[in-house]
Write a protein that binds this ligand. Sequence first.
Ligand code: ADP
Ligand code: MG
Length: 615
Amino acid sequence: MKKLIGRLMVSAIFFASAIMINDSQIELVLYAISYVIAGGYVVKKAVYNIKEGEVFDENFLMSLASIGAFLIGEAPEGVAVMLFYQLGEMFQSYAVGQSRKSISNLMDIRPDYANVLRDGDLVTISPEEARIGDIIQIKAGERVPLDSTVTEGSSMLDTSALTGESLPREVMVGSELLSGCINMSGLLKAEVTRPYSESTVNKILELVENASSRKSKSEKFITKFARYYTPIVVLVAVLLAVLPPLVIKDATFGEWIYRSLAFLVVSCPCALVISVPLSFFGGIGGASKNGILVKGSNFLEAMAKTEIVVFDKTGTLTKGVFKVRKIHSVTDEPGYLLKLAAYAENYSNHPISLSLKEAYGEEIDSHKISHVEEIPGHGISALVDNIKVLAGNDKLMEKFSIPFIKERSAGTMVHIAADGEYAGYILIADQTKEDAARAVKALKEQNIKDIVMLTGDSESAGAGTAGELGIDKYYARLLPGDKVEKVEELMSRKSEKGVLLFAGDGINDAPVLARADVGVAMGGLGSDAAIEAADVVIMTDEPSKIPAAINISKNTIKIAYQNIIFAISVKVLILILSTFGLTSLWAAVFADVGVAFLAVLNAMRALTYTPAPLS
Ligand code: ADP
Ligand code: MG
C-alpha cells in the first residue's frame, strides 16, 4: 500500500513536469516514464493473465485503453487513465482493509496468553499450549483464554464480545467460563475444560474467517456478469473505432478511436465487482456486532426470503431450566425418587437432566452408575446401584410396557421406573424466555407466512407454551426423526424461492438444523453440535435475534442492489455519452473511480446498521 502511494507520487511528478515542458520530444519521454511507473504493473498483469487464458479482465481493459491513447497521440490521457485507475484501486483496497479490520475488531476476542499454575508457579504460555485440567489464573481486566470452570474466586464477567449483551454476568466457584469474555473485577482460578482448538473463541473466529468464502447468489451473479460483459464491451469498442470512420463521411479514425477508448475505460466493472461482496461482508460484520454469527453471505442473503419459521421448544423458546413442581412417589420416598432420577441422568446434557441434577443438589457418586443409554425423545435408561432405572416421558414407559400414572398437566412429567416397576413421577416446569413472545410478534409483523413450534414434549406442555407465545401451529410428541420429517413436510408448502428457517438449541435437533434452508442455533452459551450444524448462531440465545437477523439481511440486500443499480446506470449513461463523443477520457476515468468510491461508502453502511429494537 505505502509502496503504491510512493509509486503514484513519483509518477505524478513526472506527469506534472511533462505538462510544464514545451519540448514535445522530452515531453513524450516524461509521459512514458510516468506511465511505466504508474501502470507497468497493470500491463504486466494483463499480459500474464492473457497467458493464463483469462483475457478480459480490468487490467486488460485499462492497458488497452491507455496504450491506445498513447498510440493516437494522446499521451497525457493515457497516463491519466492509469494514474486514476490505480488511485481508485488503492482506495478500494483501503476500504476493504478497513472493513476487514472493523470486523476483526468486533471479533477481537482472541486471547494472547494464558497464565497457568505449574508446580505452584505461575507461567505465561500461549493458550494453544494449555491442556485440559490445567489451572489457569485470570486477573481483573484480563481476557479468559480458555473454556474453563471456576475453582476459586468470584467476579463479574463482561460477555459483550461474545453475545452483544452489555449486562455483566456473575460467576463463582463452579461457574463455566467461556474463552473470549473479560474478567471485570475479582481474581479467578479456573480449571481448563477444553483445549484451545475446541474452545468457544477459536470456533467463533474460524466461523467468521470462513464466512466470506461462501458466496451469495448476487456475488456469483456479478462474477458471471463480468465474464460475459467484458468481452462484449471490447468487441463493441473495436466496432466503434472501426465502423463509423468507414461508414460515415468526414468521420476520422483518430476521433473514433478516442471515443472507443473512453468507452473502454468507463466500461470497467470494478465498482460492481467490488461493492457487492463488500456489502455482504459488511452485513456479516454488522450482524456479529449484534451477537448474530452468520456463517456465509449465502445464508445472510437467504434469510431475507424467510417464509416459514420453525422453532424447537425446549431451550429455544423456553429457558430449558426446569424447576421441580411436584414429586409423586409410589413408595412415599420423594427424596429417593429424585436421587434415582439424578443418578440416571448424570451423564446427559439434556436440559431436563441438568435441572434434575440441580434439584437433587448433592454430590453424585458416578461409580455407582453404569450401562447408561440415552434414548432421544424418550429419556434415559441406566444401571444405578444395580437397579435398572428408567427416567423419561410416557413414550419411554410405553416402550418398556410399564403402566404409569397419566395426568394432564402444564409441565413436563418425568416418569421413573426401578427394575421394571413404576416408581412415580417428577413434574417439572420450564419458563418461556422473556423475549420469546416479542420475537413471535415481530415475525408476524414481518409477514412471515407460518410460525410453527415443534417439540418432543407432551401435547399439554406443547399447547401451553404455544398458547402463551401466540404461536398458532405446534406439533408435540415428536422424536428427533419426526422433527426432520415435519420440517420436510413444511418445506414442501413454501414457494420455490421461499426459505424455511429452523431455530433450535442443538440438543436432539442437530439433524433438523442441518436440513432446514437456514438453521439457526441458540448455541452461544452451550452446545457444540449446534454451532457445528447451524448456518447462523445466536450468541445470546434470544429468539428475538431472529427477526433482527432477517432485518439485517434485508438491509444488506437493499444496499447491494442499490450499488448494482447505481453502478450500472452511471456506466450506461457515460457509455452513451462517450459513444457520441460527449465525454473525454478524463471524465471517463473520473466517473469510474467516483462510482467505485460511492459504492464502497454505501457498502460500509451495512456494517453499521443496527436493527430497531422490538416493541
Ligand atoms: P424438545 O423438542 O422440546 O426440545 P426433546 O426432543 O429434547 O424436546 O425431548 C423430548 C422429550 O423427551 C422431553 O420433553 C422429555 O419428556 C423426553 N426426554 C428427552 N431426554 C430426556 C432425558 N434426558 N430425561 C428425561 N426425559 C427426556
Ligand atoms: Mg430441544
